[in-house]
Write a protein that binds this ligand. Structure first.
Ligand code: TXA
Ligand code: MG
Length: 329
C-alpha cells in the first residue's frame, strides 16, 4: 500500500456522498443508543455494537447465539481510537502504518475502558481498522469503537453480502449498511502482539508471509497445549459449517461419495457428475466466494459437498483453515 495510513484514510473519507452521510448518521444514532447495526467490511459482514457498552455487546452474543467467552474484535477508525482501547507497542504501530485499513487484527493488552464482556474476560483485546468506507464513516460518526463478530448465526458460514445477513440475523438488528459484496471473503488475520514472539492466532485475509516480510521475522504458529491456544477462544469451536457434510479432498472419489448425490467446489473440474459445482478461477476468488459457495451448494439437492484442497501458502492458509473447520475434523 502507498502513502501513510493518514493519507489513505483521508482519501477514503473524501469520497462519501450526501446520501450516504444521511444513512450513516442514522446508523450512528443506533450505535450510540446501544443497538445492533450490521456493517460491511472488506472481509465479511460484521454484527456491530458500541464496544464500550457492555449491555450493547451482550445483545451481539444473544443475536448470534455465541458462547460468551469468545472475545470480539474492536473496529476503529484512527490511531487515537486504537490507542484509547489498547496499549499500543512499536510493532503494532508499525503494522498499522503498513497494513491498515485492512484485514489484520492485533491482540494487545486492553485498557480499562473495554468492558470484560467485549474481551470475553481476557486481559487483552483485538483491534482492527476495516477497509470499508461506510463502516469507517460509521465508526467516526458514532465516536466509539464498534465491536463486531461476523454477522452469521454462530457456527454458520460468515456472510459476505447484505442479503445473507438479513437471512441470518435480519430480525435482530436496527439497520444494515449495504456495502455490496465483500472483496476478501475470509475474515481478518489475527495475531498476538503481547509477547516477544508474534503469534498467528487465526490465518485470514492478510498473508502470514506479508507480515513476516514487513517485520523481518518469523510469525509463530500456536503450539497445541500452550497458553496461546487458551488465549484464542474462537479456535475451540466448530465453525463455518454448511447444513450438509463437507469433505476436503484432492479429488471426488467413490470412496467419499458412496453413491450419494454430491456437489463440488474447487479450482479444477471434477471427474464424474456432481449435482452442482462451483469452479474458482483463482485462489483469491476461492477465498472471496468460499462462504457463499457453501450456502449455495447446501441448497443444491446434494447430500454432501466435496471441497478441493488448495495450496496452503498465503491466502490458501485461510481457505484451508476454514474448510477444515467446516468439515468438523
Ligand atoms: O474479518 C474479521 O475479523 C470479521 C469482520 C467483521 O471484522 N470479524 C470476525 O470476528 O471474524 P469474529 O468474532 O467472528 O472472530 C474474532 C476472532 C475469534 O477467533 C476470537 O477468538 C479472536 O478473534 N479474538 C478476539 N479477541 C481476542 C483476544 N483478546 N485474544 C485472542 N483472540 C481474540
Ligand atoms: Mg466468526
Amino acid at each position: 500500500m502507498s502513502g501513510t495510513m493518514e493519507d489513505r484514510l483521508a482519501k477514503i473519507f473524501s469520497q462519501t456522498t450526501e446520501a450516504e452521510r444521511a444513512e450513516i448518521d442514522r446508523a450512528a444514532s443506533f450505535i450510540r443508543a446501544g443497538r445492533l447495526v450490521a456493517i460491511p467490511t472488506e472481509t465479511v459482514y460484521g454484527l456491530g455494537a458500541n464496544a464500550l457498552d457492555a449491555e450493547a455487546v451482550k445483545s451481539i452474543y444473544e443475536a448470534k447465539g455465541r458462547p460468551s467467552d469468545n472475545p470480539l474484535i474492536l473496529h476503529v477508525c484512527s490511531m487515537e481510537m486504537a490507542d484509547s482501547v489498547v496499549k499500543l507497542n512499536d510493532r503494532a504501530r508499525f503494522l498499522m502504518e503498513k497494513f491498515w485499513p485492512g484485514p489484520l487484527s492485533m491482540v494487545l493488552f486492553a485498557r480499562g475502558v473495554v468492558p470484560l464482556r467485549t474481551r470475553g474476560g481476557l486481559e487483552t483485546a483485538a483491534i482492527r481498522m476495516p477497509d470499508n468506507r461506510l463502516t469507517l464513516e460509521l465508526i467516526r460518526a458514532s465516536g466509539v469503537p464498534i465491536a463486531a463478530p461476523s454477522a452469521n448465526i454462530s457456527g454458520r458460514p460468515s456472510p459476505t453480502d447484505a442479503q445473507t445477513v438479513r437471512d441470518d440475523v435480519g430480525g435482530k438488528i436496527a439497520a444494515i449498511l449495504d456495502g455490496g459484496e465483500c472483496r476478501v471473503g475470509v475474515e481478518s488475520t489475527v495475531i498476538d502482539l503481547t509477547g516477544d514472539k508474534v503469534v498467528l492466532l487465526r490465518p485470514g485475509g492478510l498473508a502470514k508471509e506479508d507480515i513476516e516480510a514487513a517485520l523481518g521475522l518469523t510469525v509463530a504458529l500456536p503450539q497445541d497445549g500452550s497458553n496461546i491456544i487458551k488465549r484464542s477462544p474462537g479456535t475451540r469451536y466448530r465453525h463455518y459449517a454448511p447444513v450438509i457434510p463437507l469433505f476436503v479432498a484432492e479429488q471426488a472419489t467413490e470412496e467419499l461419495i458412496k453413491g450419494r448425490k454430491w456437489a463440488w467446489m474447487g479450482m479444477s473440474e471434477p471427474p464424474g457428475s456432481p449435482v452442482a459445482k462451483i469452479i474458482f478461477a483463482s485462489q483469491s476468488k476461492y477465498a472471496r466466494e468460499l462462504f457463499r459457495a457453501m450456502r449455495t451448494l447446501e441448497k443444491s439437492g446434494a447430500e454432501l459437498i466435496i471441497a478441493e484442497k488448495t495450496d496452503s501458502s498465503r491466502i490458501g492458509r485461510a481457505i484451508m483453515e476454514r474448510l477444515t473447520r467446516a468439515s468438523g475434523i
